[in-house]
Design a protein around this ligand. Structure first.
Ligand code: S3P
Length: 170
């Protein structure tokens, strides 16, 4: 049991469009704990959407803001935490995840692009989304695997089923 360990109950990582926020909210509801999403923390602190941060300040600056948001969240949040798809790209951010109950939510390109199309615009998928998504996943898959203690595939699962699988994996 992880009952006495401080820090988040679960940290969800994985690519854009996998459903980290959707599954995370279901999971938090099931467990009766809070849900936190570092993208939302960054947007609130910056006072502008992720896409504007990328345009105005660049991706390296976004990764710094993200590292700070992850540091704050892992220190202060006791519920479910979802990270942005690229958070694992930053060495400092990965270091912050050591020892935490990190779960990699996996998905195929077809489902991911379909799901991403349903919500907020992603600056990194603005052009050739399928190809860009594949390239990013190729780079990042080893990093998701490195930080995670379990992998849950979501292609053939509803958010409720995926949340259940995360619970089983924890
Ligand atoms: C990014 C993923 C996004 C957001 C930003 C960059 C990435 O989060 O942090 O657009 O590099 O994969 P989601 O995974 O929640 O879409």
């Amino acid at each position: 049991g992880a009952g006495h360990r401080p820090g988040p109950v679960a940290v969800l990582v994985g690519p854009m469009g996998v459903g980290k926020s959707t599954v995370g909210r279901v999971l938090a509801e099931r467990l009766g704990v809070g849900f936190r999403d570092t993208d939302e923390d960054i947007v609130r602190a910056a006072g502008k959407p992720v896409s504007d941060i990328f345009v105005d300040e660049g991706e390296p600056r976004f990764r710094e803001l993200e590292r700070q948001a992850v540091a704050d969240a892992v220190a202060g949040h006791r519920g479910i935490l979802a990270l942005g798809g690229g958070a694992v790209m930053d060495d400092g951010t990965r270091a912050l995840l050591a020892g935490l109950p990190v779960v990699f939510l996996d998905v195929g390109v077809g489902e991911a692009v379909k799901r991403v199309g349903l919500n907020a615009p992603r600056p990194l998928l603005a052009v050739n989304p399928r190809q860009r998504w594949r390239e990013l996943m190729e780079q990042r898959r080893p990093l998701y695997t490195e930080v995670a203690r379990a992998v849950v595939t979501t292609d053939d699962r509803t958010p409720e089923e995926a949340a259940e699988a995360v619970l089983d994996a924890l």
